[in-house]
Every structure is written in C-alpha cells, then in structure tokens.
Ligand binder design. Structure first.
Ligand SMILES: Nc1nc2c(c(=O)[nH]1)N[C@H]1C(S)=C(S)[C@@H](COP(=O)(O)OP(=O)(O)OC[C@H]3O[C@@H](n4cnc5c(=O)[nH]c(N)nc54)[C@H](O)[C@@H]3O)O[C@H]1N2
Ligand SMILES: Nc1nc2c(c(=O)[nH]1)N[C@H]1C(S)=C(S)[C@@H](COP(=O)(O)OP(=O)(O)OC[C@H]3O[C@@H](n4cnc5c(=O)[nH]c(N)nc54)[C@H](O)[C@@H]3O)O[C@H]1N2
Ligand code: SF4
Ligand SMILES: [Mo]
Length: 740
C-alpha cells in the first residue's frame, strides 16, 4: 500500500514538474532592470528568484521583486471597468466604458475647448512598455496643453539641463560606474532606491568593486543613509543648500586651477569657460560654508580629490533636483564633470548607445518654455506643465480651466505637494477618468476607472530605461501569463481612446491612419525600432548575431550585453551648433536667486528642515497593499536627531504634531543618530485609509501623507518642479497628539 502511495506521489510530482514552467523576465518595478526567473504552475506563481544568467543583473534582486505575484493576485486589484453612480461603483463592459470615456472627452472639449481636458501621467507609465508606446499618441489625440507628468515631481531640472546643454531633454549623462575611480553621490540613496537615472542592478556590489580597485565613494546627504554607510566618506549637508556647495566646488576648480588647460583644448565643442569662472567667483568655500553646513576645508579637499582622481563621477539625483535651486544644482553637477574632464570618458559620465534609439526618434521633444501654465505662468518642459500647478488649473475658473482629468498610472493626491488641495480639486471636476489598477486616494474621485492587465501579463522591453543604463544592453520579456479574455492592456485602452478621438477630429483620414496603426502592434513597433536602431538588421551590425530584431532578442531570454559605454561626443549632441554652452542664458538669469540663500537670516532655532526618505520595501504610493512587503506594518515614521528630541521634550516613538505653512500632520517619531540635527525626515507615499478607497492592507496601516506639509506654491525656480527637500516645519509635542 505504502509503495503504491509513494509511486502515486512520485507520479504526481513528475506531472507537476512537467506542468511547471520557467519564465525569464526583466523586473519592471524600478529602474534597475533585474532579470528574474519565475516558476509558474497553472496560472500561479510558484517562485520568483534572480536569474543567474541574466547578462545585466547576474542573479541580483531586491525584496520588491517577489511582490510581482501579489500584484498579480491582489484581490483588491480592479479587473473590470468601474463606473461611479449615485449608488456606488458598478462594473460595466469595456465597450460601454470606452464609449463613455470617449464621449465625455469629446463633449467637454466641444463645450469648453481642448485644454479643458487635462492629463496626469504617473511614474509606472515609464515602466510599462505598452503604455509608454501608446501614451504620446493618445495625448496628441486629446491635443491639450494641460499635460502633467510625475517627472515634474522628480527630474525636471535634469531634463531641462539636458535640453539646455545637450539639446535633448532625454540625453542624460550616465555614471560609468564599472570603471570609475571616484564616485561623488549628492542627494541619492541608490542602495535603497536601487538607482535612478543610473539603471543598474546591485549597486552595493558595484560600490564594493569600485573600492576594491582603489577608488573612493563620497556621499553628500543630510542623513547617513545606507549608501552613506557603504561609502568611504559622508558629508552631512543642510537640506536645500547644495547649490552653495556646488558653486563653491566649481569656484575652487577655477581658483586653484584644478583642471589642466590642455584638458579643455581636447573638447573644443565646449565653450563658456571664462563666463563660468566669472559667475562662480563670489562663491568661495569660505562664503558658503556656514549656510550649507560643510566646512570650507572639506569643500576644498573635495574639489581637489575630485579633480585629481584618475576618473570621477559627480552624480546628483532626487535629493538635489527636488529643491528650490534644483536646476542650478544639476547645471553645476554637469559643470563639475566637464571641468574635471570626466564628461564622455571612461570612468566619468557618459552617454548610452541604446538598441532602440528613442532620442533620435523623439527629436521633436527637445523643447522647453514654449508656453506657460494659465494660472501661475509655470513653464512647459518637453510638452508637460509642472504637476505643482495641476490643482490651480482645475480650481481656477476661466477659459482653459480643466473640467475633465485623465490620470494614467498616477496617484497625485499622495505624490504631489499639498496633496489635500489636489484632493479637493479632483472632487470638483465635471468628469474624471482613471486608467489604474486600484480604487485609491486619487482614483476614488474618478467617474470611470479603466483597469488594465499589467505586471506579469504584459510583454516588457525597457527601451526608456536603456537610455540610462550603465552598459549598453537589450532584453525582451514575453508575458508570463496571458491576460484574461475580459481584460485590456493599457495600450489597448489608450489606443481605443485615441482612435475614437481621432475619428471625431480627423474624420475620413483617421481611417487610413488607423489601418497602419492597427498593423503596428506593440511588438511590431519594438521590432521596427530595433531594426532601424544602431545595432539593428537595417541600421547596423552586432557581432555574431548579425543585427538586432525582436526575433533575435526573443532567442536570448537572458538579454544581450551590447558592451561598455563609449565616447559619443560631439556627434551625439542635439544642439543646433553641435556645441555645449557651459553658461546657458536661462541659468545666468536664474543664478542671482542664490543670493536669497546666501543672505538667509539664521533660521529660527525651533524650525526643522523637512526632507524625504525612500524605503526598501516600498515604491512611491502603491506598494503598501502587498503582505510580503508589509510585514513590519506602518513604517511611516518621522526621524529626528536625539538632540532635537531633547530640545523639544520628545521621546522615542512619541506621536507629535508637525506643522508647516501648508498643513499639519500627526506622526510617530523615530529617534535617529544618523540624521543631521535641525532636520526631520519623513517618507512619502503613505496617507492611505481615505474614505472610498479599496486597499485592504494599506488602509490597515495607513501612515500619513507627508505631502500635506509640502507646498505646491514653493517650486523649483526654473522649471516649476516640486520641492520636497528643505521645507521649514515646526514640531509640537502636545499631549493631545499623544492620544491618537
Ligand atoms: N514628499 C515626496 N513626494 C514625492 C516624492 C518624494 O521623494 N517625496 N517622490 C516623487 C517621485 S520621484 C515620483 S516619481 C512621484 C510618483 O508619483 P505618481 O506616479 O503619481 O505615484 P505612484 O505612487 O507611482 O502611483 C502609481 C499609480 O500607478 C498605478 N499603476 C501601477 N502600475 C500600473 C500599470 O501598469 N498601469 C496603470 N495604468 N497603472 C498602474 C498604481 O496603482 C498607482 O495608482 O512621487 C513623487 N512624490
Ligand atoms: N525602494 C524604493 N525604490 C525606489 C522608489 C521608492 O519609492 N522606493 N522610488 C523610485 C523613484 S520614483 C525614484 S525617482 C528613485 C529616486 O532615487 P534616488 O534619487 O536615489 O532618491 P532617494 O532614495 O529618495 O534619495 C534621495 C536622497 O537625498 C537625500 N536628500 C534629501 N534632501 C537633500 C538635500 O537637500 N541635499 C542632499 N544632498 N541630499 C538630500 C535624502 O536623504 C536621500 O538619501 O527611486 C526609485 N526607487
Ligand atoms: S531592484 Fe528594482 S528591478 Fe531589481 S528586483 Fe528590485 S524592484 Fe525589481
Ligand atoms: Mo520618481
């Protein structure tokens, strides 16, 4: 009997093994592009682990990857279009939903003009191949100037400077991390964020390798972050003052003649050195030290080390972009890399040669300041207005007022400064359409939610992130699971709406266009772009595989390494004169504003400066509903230094009130020696538990929305980007606060 049973079990196991499938797939959750090995059985995920053979990540993953199965199976995920009625939400068919969405957009534009329909696009649009392939055609079909994107809560200063200096907003410099000897990280925490505008898996290993080859890692951050702890040196800076440090570094380069003249001669396509020298003249280390909190001696040492290193990278990310002088910071970072001869050379910052060269394909997007927002006159960059003024455009009556909003993969109620104002504004819209997976803090205002098939159900090719990868590479992932018959992909939703609008606006001609576009499915678009790309069968040649195409990529489930970054200048420049101007006019105009920071009276000793903090198990606002990542529950804590706690009579884990010019929150305190005294750090993406949302786990551990404290009216000076760092707040230890 036992023997028979054992035989049965073995037979079942063999059968299961037969049915078990292994899939190789690039993780789309952050920018690192880790290769995954996913085992599935009958439509369910059995395991997710790092793909050891992935050419890029070689087995590395982070805790978030395992949540892919939770996203896939989350019972809260919407799987059918939902319409809000007086009696609550009702599920409707796709035909009805798309008809209604199209009708409403057309109706509102007929009644109030094109700009009466606004669009907000969120962070995951970049991480979803189908969405990004169809998004711009959809937005063009709507034809509104009221376009807002989450990159204005993030990287607009970098994009703006790319445009000013390289002629293309997407022409990002990428750290050549694998070869550098000196890595200066300002306002980034890649050991937690897994890197941004520097797409690479396993940054910890890369930093260790760098140190093992005798290189040095220096971190400038108000907090001794995980990255700072892994570095050789950490300099704590007062939040929001990096522009002063950077001006002083560039000043020191000139004052101490830290760059050999012959280095400059080698780059005849760069001009403006003398003007730059004049501009930074007033900012010696001695004049800025007190205001930025880093001693003049440390600044000088840093400048000397940076210039003397065999190769060096100055890399500044979210922490420097999302401050009042973010664009000036990004400009000075480029200047440092250029002055030290590290632009476009091995071990410095370089430019990719991606298999899909979407920079060339998107040439027309390299524009800025062509129009301004209606209410506050904030500038357009790359076709989008800053999300910091979305609420104003909804709330302020007049021609061009937004009456209908379409959100695509975004949660601006939690992610934009002064979230409550936007929350109020969304409540006043005539109509709102949300293309999103969840009934969350933002989409609860929608009249119609259109939930796509996504995650493991979609094909994936990171052609956007490939432009910021630290090596040239390409990897295509087929879908792990087929989408269910009654579901639509993001791209299908966007395309259906595009067609509907174009039929209305273009009439007869729309038919021809759609014949071609129907043929150009996402896979065909990728294939075409690969074929005409620099390694493509029609555009170039690549080693033994004789040119890339989608079919060639499909044969390589672990991806293709296309080699280390190579010098690309001046050929790659998109500027009209094929030159780089070190002193763009817009920058020269903006620079005097720094005097405000220099002359800032010593701040009120009771004021703390607020800045942000990312968490390893989270991803902006939408990862708090997955049990695997929420084992610790609500980790939305305000970190302050024990000295400040003593000063304000606060004890560890006490609930306090934090008040800013904009709003007030109650939050638990976490005393932390790692943070600079006089500052306070709170993570973003929390603040769940709002009425009408359907996020069971997140609502159990809601945390608080830090963007109640941040100010939509205090924006980055040149671009209108959000400011999340250096917000003055008061901490109040009242007894009522402790009763919640
Ligand atoms: N205080 C503070 N605020 C910040 C930041 C900060 O550091 N501090 N960081 C800012 C930054 S850098 C960013 S990028 C923004 C992010 O801001 P947003 O992009 O507005 O917010 P996310 O939290 O990323 O919201 C993503 C939404 O997309 C949905 N979604 C996920 N996948 C898909 C998909 O495949 N298709 C569709 N249609 N929907 C999908 C999710 O359900 C969620 O609603 O937040 C910003 N806000
Ligand atoms: N786990 C996780 N990973 C993520 C995300 C997430 O939410 N969670 N979000 C993704 C997104 S959308 C993005 S854009 C990237 C961002 O990735 P990063 O650019 O690495 O951003 P952060 O991790 O927020 O790190 C910013 C750092 O700036 C510091 N900082 C704050 N204010 C200042 C200042 O005034 N000066 C200086 N010098 N430093 C300052 C903060 O202490 C923090 O350590 O991460 C992505 N990856
Ligand atoms: S680091 Fe990013 S890409 Fe890699 S497994 Fe984690 S979430 Fe996915
Ligand atoms: Mo971001």
């Amino acid at each position: 009997m036992d023997l028979f049973r054992q035989h049965q079990i073995r037979k079942e196991q063999a059968l299961l093994k037969d049915l078990t499938k292994t899939h190789y797939r690039t993780c789309h959750l952050c920018e690192a592009m880790c290769g995954l090995e996913i085992s599935t059985l009958k439509g369910e995920v059995l395991s997710i682990r790092g793909d050891e053979k992935d050419v890029y990540s070689k087995g590395h993953i982070c805790p978030k990857a395992v949540a892919l199965q939770d996203i896939h199976a989350d019972p809260n995920r919407l799987r059918q279009p939902m319409r809000r009625t007086e009696n609550g939400w009702e599920a409707i068919s796709w035909e009805e939903a798309l008809q209604e969405a199209g009708d409403q957009i057309i109706r509102i534009q007929k009644e109030h003009g094109r700009d009466a329909v606004g669009i907000y696009t969120g962070n995951p649009t970049v991480h979803n191949t189908g969405t990004i392939l169809y998004l711009y055609d959809f937005m063009n079909a709507v034809g509104t100037r009221n376009r807002f994107a989450s990159h204005s809560l993030d990287q607009l200063p970098q994009m703006f400077m790319n445009g000013e200096m390289f002629g293309h907003q997407a022409m990002f410099t990428v750290p050549d991390l694998e070869r550098t000897k000196y890595f200066l990280i300002i306002g980034a925490n890649p050991l937690v964020s897994n890197g941004s505008i520097m797409s690479t898996p396993d940054i910890r290993q890369k930093l260790e390798d760098l140190q093992a080859r005798g290189g040095k890692v220096v971190v400038i951050d108000p907090r001794k972050t995980l990255t700072a702890k892994a570095a050789d040196e950490h300099l704590a800076i007062i939040p929001g003052t990096d522009v002063l440090l950077l001006l002083a570094l560039v000043h020191t380069f000139f004052a101490e003649k830290l760059f050999p003249q012959n280095k400059l001669n080698r780059q005849p396509f760069i001009h403006g050195y003398q003007e730059l020298e004049q501009l930074v003249l007033p900012y010696s280390p001695e004049t800025v030290a007190v205001n930025c909190g880093i001693s003049a001696q440390d600044i000088r040492l840093l400048a000397r080390e940076f210039s003397q290193a065999k190769s060096a990278i100055c890399y500044g990310r979210l922490g420097v972009s999302t401050q009042a002088y973010g664009t000036l910071c990004q400009w000075l970072i480029l200047c440092l890399n250029i002055l030290s001869g590290n632009l476009d050379r091995a071990g410095g910052v370089m430019f990719t040669k991606p298999a899909i060269d979407f920079l060339s394909l998107l040439k027309h997007e390299a524009k800025a300041l062509r129009w301004k927002s209606r209410v506050r006159g904030l500038p357009e960059v790359a076709g989008d207005l800053p999300a910091t003024t979305l609420a104003d455009e909804i709330l302020t009556p007049g021609e061009g007022q937004i009456k209908c909003l379409v959100t695509v993969a975004g949660n601006p109620v939690l992610s934009t400064p002064n979230g409550p104002k936007l929350d109020r504004a969304l409540g006043q819209l005539d109509y709102m359409i949300a293309i999103d997976l969840y009934l969350n803090e933002t989409t609860r205002h929608a009249n119609l939610i259109l939930p796509p098939a996504t995650g493991l159900e979609v094909i994936h090719y990171d052609f956007v992130l490939a432009i910021v990868a630290i090596r040239n590479m390409a990897n295509f992932s087929p879908a792990v699971f087929p989408k269910k018959a009654n579901m639509r992909y993001d791209w299908e939703i966007l395309y259906a709406l595009q067609k509907r609008l174009e039929k209305e606006k273009m009439g007869f001609w729309a038919g021809f266009k759609h014949l071609i576009f129907d043929y150009l499915t996402p896979e065909r678009r990728l294939d075409l772009a690969l074929r005409i790309g620099p390694y493509g069968v029609w555009g170039g040649r690549f080693g033994q595989i004789n040119g890339l195409s989608l079919a060639a990529l499909k044969k390589r489930p672990h991806g293709i390494d296309l080699g280390a970054l190579e010098p690309r200048l001046p050929g790659r420049l998109f500027t009209k004169d094929k030159k780089i101007n070190l002193v763009p006019a817009n920058i020269v105009k903006d620079l005097p504003r720094v005097q405000d920071l220099m002359q800032a009276e010593s701040k009120d000793p009771d004021t703390l400066l607020l800045f942000g903090r990312r968490q390893l198990n989270s991803n902006n606002s939408w990862f708090h509903n997955y049990a695997r990542l929420m084992k610790k529950g609500d980790t939305c804590l305000a970190q302050i230094h024990p000295n400040d706690a003593t000063k304000h009579g606060i004890v560890d884990e006490q609930v306090v009130t934090i008040r800013s010019k904009t709003g007030e929150i109650k939050i638990r305190v976490d005393l932390c020696e790692d943070i600079l005294p006089g500052t306070i750090s709170i993570p973003h993406g929390w603040g769940h538990g709002m009425e009408g949302t359907q996020l069971d786990l997140a609502n159990q551990f809601p945390g608080v929305n830090v963007n109640i404290l941040t100010d939509d009216l205090e924006v980055e000076g040149l671009t209108g980007n959000a400011v999340f760092q250096g917000i003055p707040v008061q901490i109040i230890s009242d007894t009522t606060a402790n009763q919640i």
